[in-house]
Each structure stands twice: as structure tokens, then as C-alpha cells.
Design a protein around this ligand. Structure first.
Ligand code: BGC
Length: 763
């Protein structure tokens, strides 16, 4: 038996509390860059500064013709020549080839350098790979990256995204998304790393480092600037619907929602995008305390804040906090917005100029905003090299990246049930592949894939394998039958399904040994993904119920952006794998797992609910669960979930022993090192996510059930024991009290790793 010692290096990243010292700059300024920024700023007119604060949609500067989209020099002359606009974003409907992007962004840069001598910063939602670039390597969506519990997966995805984005001449992306997915109804659950602040902090900041590299002052030609989003509190909408108000107590906003943004800023994030909706009654775009107070001053951060799409306009058209557009601009710019994703109306510039002349927006605020925009462009090296030519990126869309993407997908698909040794499947078994997600690249990818809604993905993904194709490749075409039983409507709402043909699937099941029911959701993004029922569609559940009657064993393949309720069909399946949204290599990864060529190691990054009236997160407060009491009253409140946060199986088994802590007593500055021996007691090698949870036993606020404090993923050979060390600081166990203060109270904490616990005492 070999023994290894592994120290979790990233354990308490970014969530350290109790910071009372003067804040060091999040990104130490580079004197050369600051000098250049000041020199450029000194030569700029008010009009030029306001132009730099403006971001316009790509459709405003181009036309569609027989050759597709092309930039129109006259329109460019208005946008850049006249209005001096500093940024352009997004894509003409669908993604373009890298050559086309080079042409489009190259033309914009040429005009920008010629007209104003300042490069444009082009922005795209390159969310899971360069997802608006044809032929780029698609990585699993962020919810999968969360499920991997492996920061290396996030980092590698970031590296590939940045490289391939630069191949398309695009230096800026609107990711990573580190909203906490606290409500399973929300259509943007899959864009984040799950419900937990620490997982979002660790995976998100690893993504930032992967994309930006290690020196935020000098972003190299293989790196891009990130925009961490959507600041702050976006993932908690009370209605469950996108872009609707959230009500989050300040103590939770500060302790949980803020944590991943802080971690990303400390990892060097150069820009942040704002939450489109309101929190506690104030639209975040007009919230000076959150934007200027918490972010810029609180973290001493000199980066740039960009609005989300149209959100200054939404202050008067939707939110009702401004009387008109001019008032909305005044509120937002004074709150701390530096760049406005307008995206269509150049009148924004005229109104902002008027506001400055009328004294309603101070000139210092304009200088501060323009300075932050210029600093971003200098840090990106755009003044020296406005373009990054395609020939410098020979690895674009190549084999090396494809291998990393496949391995990443394998590490992000979660084995949730494996009864009667159903998995891995035996060689030579006859398989029915059924369900609406069985043969669709669109479903594997989800939104932000070639287009916003991801609805055209099958057009561009000929070379990749759907689940059906991958299963054929792995198990032999003659052993595999496709009969879907339920299919999605190709055009229309993501929820629509065609008239079911369940009988056909049932007939096809008669001649097979095992049924793979590929169910879940079709692709969607943002508000069009709102839902009215969290249960999986009735057709799909009926399909599984009818197939169960054949007596053939069923493996459910869940392919969904958020956890849809399946409590009535879960008992009918022997095996369940939640592949989430694993993207273009996700079908191959699944086939590898089904055949036992890959061992699943992912864990649920959120709580999978069982009932629609029992939606919770794992860190609920203890009295949300109350036992039945003696006597006349029944206070029974039960937390009942389908699977808990952090749950996930493997083809091997792990045993935990010998949990120890380096200290028995601690204060806020004490370093606590927890060690535990983890043994692979099964027959195959496997990766285990070793998680450290805490429980504050008695506190002045109702304590939470559990909190994840550190995690580390380790690969362990059969029979091998690895000693894993998880390191935190005493202050990591603090909470924010209702007065908004970080608090660490004396008393006992129960610490848990695997099935082992120990008590430690705060002095
Ligand atoms: C989304 C953002 C996105 C932006 C630009 C908005 O609708 O909320 O996440 O980055 O559009 O495409």
C-alpha cells in the first residue's frame, strides 16, 4: 500500500473573513501603464471620454448580404468616427468562423485607431470555450465545471477559451458567471458553478487565472480579459424567473454572494458585469453602495464595471426608478458604472454629455470611468497590438484541446444511482437509446452555443457525437437501437414537445438488454428559459413509466440545465447519470463512462430537490428542519431532497480514516490543518472529492446546517491510501451578523470529512 500526502493549496481561497486592515489594491498598479493612461486621458475631450464609456451592438455597424454579415464603413464612421465609441459586442445572430471574426474585428480596430487613436475592446460571451466561434473547442458548461470540484478543469477551460478567442481576434469575454444558483427554477442555474459560495469562488477564480494568466497588468497574446458576472445577488430571484427582484438579507449578500466576486477580483479580474435585476428594492445598476462602495472602494479595485444588456434603459422602462433615460443615465453613472452596454442608442452619449454640462454627473466621475476603460485597454496590450492574427494560433480547434475537453466532460458527469451493478454496461449488450435528448447536439450544449439560445447547434456540430452516435461507436452500431418516443419541437419554445410516440419506444425495448432513457431539457438561455413547473415534462415521465413496464433495466441519462423533479421515475431506474450540459464531447465522455473506460468522479454542485414545495440549499439554517414534538402541536418540518449537494458515486469505493486537526483550539488568525486518510477500497482507480464541512454548534444567529470550507480532488489507485490535508484559517469559520459585521464567536464547531467528524473549539 502506498501513502501519499496531498495538501489542498486552494482550500480557503477568497472567502477569508474578518478583514479589518486597510485593503491592499486588488491589482497592484503598474506605473508605466498608469502614466500612459494619464497621458492619453489628458489629451481627450469630454466627447471622447463619453465615447469610451459606450458599448454598442455589432448590428449597429454592419449589414447582412449574400456573403453573410459585413461591417459597413459608413455606419462605423458614425459609431467610431463621430461618437468615439470604445466598445462593440456580440455576434451577428450566430457565431462566425475565426477568419470572419478577424475580418469584422480587424475592420473595427482599423477605424478605431485611425479615428481616435484608441483601440476598441470587442466583447463576446465566450462562455464554455470560444462559443461564438465556429470550429472552436467547446468545454462543458460551468455547472459541469462546478460538478467536477476540480479547479484544474476550470483553469484548463479558461486557457483554451482565451487562446481560441484570441484566434478570432476577440480580447474580452463575459464570463465566468459566479452567481450562486440558489433557486432551481431559475433558467440561468447552468451558467454558474452551483449553489455554494466556496465552489463558485474556487472554480471561478481558477477560470479567471486560466483566461487572464498570472499578470493582470500584462495580458498576453494567448490570454483575454474576463468580465465576472452578474454582480450581485442575481441567482436568488423570488419568483424563480430571470431578471426579477431578489430579496437577500445583507448578511447573506456580504457573506455568500460577494465571496466569489471577491475571489475573482483578488485573482486579477479586470472587469465585472452588473446584475440586470434589483436586490432588496434597488436595481443594482443604480446601487452606489454595492458598485462603488463594496466593489471599487471595499476591494480597492481599479478594474472596470460594465452594465448588462440595455440595463440603464431598464431603470426607467422596467424598474420605475428613473423618470426618463437621462435620469437613468445619471443614476447609473453616479452609482459607479464605467461602461454602458447601451446597446443600440447613440443618444446615450449626447445625454451623458448634457448631464456633465449641467453638473448632474461630475467630471471626476467621467474621468474615473474613462481611466478605467483606458487602463483595461493598456493592460490588454491593445494599443501596441490591436489585433491578434489567426496564424499565431495553430492549436485552434485541434486534437490537443479536444482531448482536454473530453477528459473534462468525463470529470463532470455525475453518477447518481447504480443499483444491481447495472453500470458499467457489459460488452456486447443490446441497448435501446430513447428520449428527446438521445440524438441532439443542441441538448448536450445548452445555451450560449453558436447562438444565444443554442437552438442552431446541430447545424454546426456534424463532426461531434450525440449520445446515440457515441454509444454506437462504443458498443457497436448493430447493438444499438434509436427510438426516441418523445421529441422536442425544432422551432418554438424550448419546452414544446411533439406528440409522443411512446408505443414505438416500448416496442423497440423488447429486443434489447438495457434501456438508456435520455431525458431532460432542450437548450434555452435567460428569460426564454423561464418555467412554470419544475417537474420533468409529463411526456418524458410517461415514457420512462411505460418502458419500466417492459421489465428491462433502465439507466436514466439526465441532460438538463437545472434539476427537474423526477421523484416518480427515479425508483424505476437502476442507474442514473446526470450529465448536465457537457457540450460537444459530452456524448463521447458518457459512452466512456457507460463502458467503464472512465470512472465517474463528479458531485452535485447543487441540492437536487425531490418535491416542488421543498426547495432548499444544503446550507439551510438548522431550524428549517424540525422533528415532530411531543404533545398537541406538530411542528414537523422536513427537509427532503432527491440528492444532497456534493453527492455523486464512483465505480470504486473510498474509506475515510483518521481525521485530525492540527489544533484543538483556535482564534481568527489560527491556521487549521485537517488531515484525513482516504483509501480506495475498490478494484479500479478513481478520483475522490475530499470535502471539509463545518457546523457552528451554538451561535448568536441560527446556525447553518453545514458549510463547505475546503475541498480537494485526488486520484487514488486501488488499495492505495492517500493522506489529504485541507487547510483553512480560523476566520474562514466566521459569519456575517445582521449588523453586517464579520463575527467569530467562541464555542464549538463540528468538522466533517467524509463520514468522520471531530470537534474544535473557538477561544
Ligand atoms: C446577459 C449577459 C450577457 C449579455 C451580453 C445579457 O442578456 O444577461 O449574461 O453577457 O447579455 O450578451
Amino acid at each position: 500500500m502506498r501513502n501519499r500526502f496531498i495538501l489542498a493549496a486552494l482550500a480557503s481561497l477568497g472567502v477569508a473573513a474578518c478583514s479589518d486592515n486597510a485593503v491592499k489594491p486588488a491589482i497592484p498598479a503598474d506605473p508605466e501603464i498608469e502614466k500612459a493612461v494619464e497621458k492619453t486621458l489628458a489629451g481627450m475631450t469630454l466627447e471622447e471620454k463619453v465615447g469610451q464609456m459606450t458599448e454598442i451592438a455589432i448590428d449597429v455597424v454592419g449589414n447582412w448580404g449574400p456573403e453573410g454579415f459585413s461591417v459597413d464603413p459608413e455606419k462605423l464612421q458614425t459609431v467610431i468616427g463621430k461618437y468615439k465609441v470604445g466598445s462593440i459586442l456580440n455576434t451577428p445572430v450566430v457565431g462566425q468562423t475565426p477568419e470572419k471574426w478577424q475580418e469584422i474585428i480587424g475592420a473595427i480596430q482599423e477605424a478605431s485607431m485611425r479615428e481616435i487613436g484608441i483601440p476598441c475592446v470587442y466583447g463576446l460571451d465566450q462562455n464554455h470555450g470560444a462559443s461564438y466561434v465556429m470550429g472552436a473547442t467547446y468545454l462543458p458548461q460551468n455547472i459541469n465545471v462546478g460538478a467536477s470540484f476540480n479547479p484544474q478543469v476550470a483553469y484548463d477551460a479558461g486557457v483554451i477559451t482565451a487562446y481560441e478567442s484570441r484566434a478570432a481576434n476577440c480580447p474580452w469575454t463575459y464570463c465566468p458567471t459566479v452567481d450562486l444558483s440558489r433557486d432551481p427554477r431559475w433558467p440561468r442555474v447552468w451558467e454558474n458553478y452551483g449553489e455554494d459560495p466556496l465552489v463558485n469562488a474556487i472554480q471561478g477564480s481558477a477560470a479567471v487565472r486560466g483566461m487572464q494568466g498570472d499578470d493582470p497588468n500584462h495580458i498576453g497574446p494567448n490570454n483575454i480579459a474576463v468580465s465576472v458576472k452578474h454582480y450581485l445577488g442575481y441567482g436568488n430571484p423570488r419568483t424563480g424567473k430571470d431578471r426579477t427582484p431578489a430579496y437577500v438579507p445583507e448578511f447573506e449578500l456580504k457573506e455568500k454572494n460577494f465571496a466569489p466576486f471577491k475571489a475573482c477580483v483578488e485573482a486579477g479580474a479586470l472587469t465585472i458585469m452588473v446584475n440586470s435585476a434589483s436586490v432588496n428594492g434597488i436595481p443594482v445598476h443604480a446601487n452606489k453602495e454595492l458598485l462603488t462602495g463594496w466593489l471599487k472602494e471595499g476591494l480597492n479595485w481599479d478594474g472596470m464595471i460594465v452594465t448588462d444588456w440595455n440595463d440603464i434603459n431598464n431603470l426607467y422602462t422596467r424598474e420605475g426608478v428613473a423618470v426618463d433615460k437621462k435620469h437613468a443615465i445619471e443614476l447609473a453613472i453616479n452609482a459607479g458604472i464605467d461602461m454602458t452596454m447601451e446597446p443600440y442608442d447613440l443618444g446615450f452619449c449626447d445625454l451623458l454629455i448634457e448631464l456633465v454640462k449641467e453638473g448632474r454627473v461630475p467630471m471626476e466621475r467621467i474621468d474615473d470611468a474613462a481611466r478605467r476603460v483606458l487602463r483595461l485597454k493598456y493592460r490588454l496590450g491593445l494599443f501596441e497590438n490591436p489585433n491578434t492574427p489567426l496564424e499565431n494560433y495553430p492549436m485552434f480547434g485541434g486534437e490537443e484541446f479536444a482531448k482536454i475537453a473530453t477528459a473534462a466532460a468525463e470529470e463532470t458527469e455525475i453518477l447518481l444511482k447504480n443499483a444491481n451493478g447495472i453500470l458499467p454496461l457489459q460488452k456486447g449488450v443490446k441497448i435501446l437509446v430513447t428520449g428527446p435528448n438521445a440524438n441532439s447536439m443542441r441538448c448536450l450544449n445548452g445555451g450560449w452555443s453558436y447562438s444565444w439560445q443554442g437552438h442552431l447547434a446541430d447545424r454546426f456540430t456534424e463532426k461531434y457525437n450525440t449520445i446515440y452516435e457515441a454509444v454506437c461507436n462504443k458498443f457497436g452500431k448493430k447493438n444499438v437501437v434509436l427510438e426516441q418516443g418523445v421529441t422536442y419541437v425544432a422551432e418554438g419554445s424550448y419546452e414544446e414537445e411533439n406528440a409522443p410516440e411512446i408505443e414505438k419506444a416500448v416496442r423497440a425495448a423488447r429486443n434489447v438488454d438495457v434501456i438508456l432513457a435520455c431525458i431532460g431539457e432542450n437548450s434555452y438561455c435567460e428569460t426564454p428559459g423561464n418555467l412554470s413547473d419544475l417537474a420533468l415534462s409529463e411526456n418524458q415521465r410517461n415514457l420512462v413509466k411505460a418502458l419500466a413496464k417492459t421489465g428491462k433495466p433502465i439507466v436514466l441519462i439526465l441532460n438538463e440545465g437545472r434539476p427537474r423533479l423526477i421523484n416518480d421515475i427515479e425508483p424505476l431506474a437502476d442507474g442514473i447519470i446526470d450529465i448536465l450540459l457537457p457540450s460537444n464531447y459530452g456524448g463521447d465522455a458518457l459512452a466512456n463512462i457507460l463502458a467503464g473506460d472512465a470512472n465517474p468522479s463528479a458531485k452535485l454542485p447543487y441540492t437536487y430537490p425531490r418535491h416542488s414545495a421543498a426547495l432548499t440549499t444544503y446550507d439551510y439554517r438548522i431550524s428549517e428542519e424540525t422533528d415532530t414534538m411531543e404533545g398537541a402541536y406538530d411542528y414537523n418540518a422536513v427537509v427532503s431532497v432527491q440528492w444532497p449537494f456534493g453527492y455523486g458515486l464512483s465505480y470504486t469505493t473510498f474509506k475515510y480514516d483518521n481525521l485530525q486537526c492540527s489544533v484543538e483550539e483556535f482564534g481568527k488568525d489560527t491556521e487549521l490543518v485537517f488531515t484525513v486518510d482516504v483509501t480506495n477500497t475498490g478494484k479500479v482507480a478513481g478520483k475522490e472529492v475530499v470535502m471539509l464541512f463545518s457546523r457552528d454548534m451554538v451561535a448568536s444567529m441560527v446556525p447553518e446546517n453545514r458549510r463547505l470550507r475546503a475541498y480537494e480532488k485526488v486520484e487514488i489507485q486501488p488499495g492505495e491510501t492517500v493522506t489529504v490535508a485541507l487547510k483553512i484559517k480560523g476566520s474562514d469559520l466566521a459569519f456575517v451578523n445582521p449588523k453586517g459585521e464579520w463575527t467569530l464567536e467562541p464555542g464549538q464547531f463540528r468538522m466533517q470529512v467524509g463520514d468522520k467528524t471531530l470537534m474544535i473549539n473557538c477561544k
